[in-house]
Design a protein around this ligand. Structure first.
Ligand code: ADP
Ligand code: ADP
Length: 227
């Protein structure tokens, strides 16, 4: 069963052009899938539909086979999301922020602290746990956002333009960490970007979105040939 499957997805905001016009693709378990498209292609709209924030005009979103409109609780339990808008409290420390989100998920304190330690360690953030978010650079903040999104152990992670505002070394570090999540834990990743150079040899699948339609979909080599 695909981790994420979208099928015939349409969405309009009421203007004369649809934001999405019949989009379909799959993200397989353990696969790093890049959703590549210029600004305005429909990436954020797709994320809003895949997380249940918006209802599609037509079409389906299934997470591990559960339709998110009909079975939203079951579908959303396995989903972790890194939105473009920051969700962290700047005046709390890394640890305080993560404990807060763990409590929101109903994770007990001891279990939460174990999970937080393991996520911070693999994201190379453990030494930063006592620092306020305000004191961290952009790359570290994004990695804390990823740790937050992983606390409830999702099997599908959606990241909407996670590298916006980062310099090239910080982008490379972030991509390397997220590839490691796929390889080590079999987490399925959908990584949205407008930057073609974020597609690297470890990318399993690329979906090219353009003006609300899938222009190409396949392994990196196939998409390079069509682009
Ligand atoms: P179909 O004609 O069945 O829709 P697709 O072109 O979607 O075929 O997929 C062809 C092959 O690529 C299938 O074996 C499918 O499992 C695989 N595949 C499709 N989408 C993805 C993806 N996002 N990640 C990894 N493999 C994929
Ligand atoms: P991307 O994330 O790829 O930049 P979006 O999903 O934000 O693309 O935008 C797709 C299209 O939908 C664009 O034409 C955009 O102007 C339009 N759009 C996005 N959000 C809204 C909104 N809240 N109201 C009206 N139009 C919107």
């Amino acid at each position: 069963v695909p981790a994420l499957e979208v099928d015939g997805l349409r969405h309009g905001y009421g203007g004369n052009r649809l934001a999405l016009e019949g989009v379909g693709f799959r993200v397989m378990p353990g696969a790093f899938t890049c959703l590549l498209g210029p600004n305005g292609a429909g990436k954020s709209t797709l994320f809003a539909l895949a997380t249940g924030l918006l209802r599609p005009t037509a079409g389906q979103v299934r997470i591990h086979g559960h339709d998110i409109v009909q079975a939203s609780g079951d579908a959303l339990a396995g989903l972790g999301v890194v939105f473009q808008q920051p969700t962290l409290d700047l005046d709390l420390t890394v640890l305080q922020n993560l404990r807060y989100f763990a409590a929101l998920h109903g994770i007990g304190r001891r279990d939460a602290d174990r999970r937080i330690e393991s996520e911070l360690t693999r994201l190379s953030l453990f030494e930063r746990r006592g620092e306020k978010i305000r004191a961290l650079n952009g790359g570290h903040r994004r990695r804390v956002e990823i740790a937050r999104a992983l606390l409830h152990r999702p099997t599908l992670l959606l990241l909407d333009e996670p590298t916006v505002g980062l310099d090239i070394p910080a982008r490379r570090t972030l991509i390397r960490h997220v590839h490691a999540l796929c390889a080590e834990d079999g987490i399925a990743v959908l990584w949205a970007t407008h930057l073609i150079d974020e597609i690297d040899p470890a990318t399993d699948h690329v979906v090219v979105l353009h003006r609300g339609r899938v222009r190409a979909s396949g392994p990196v080599a196939v998409v390079n040939a069509e682009a």
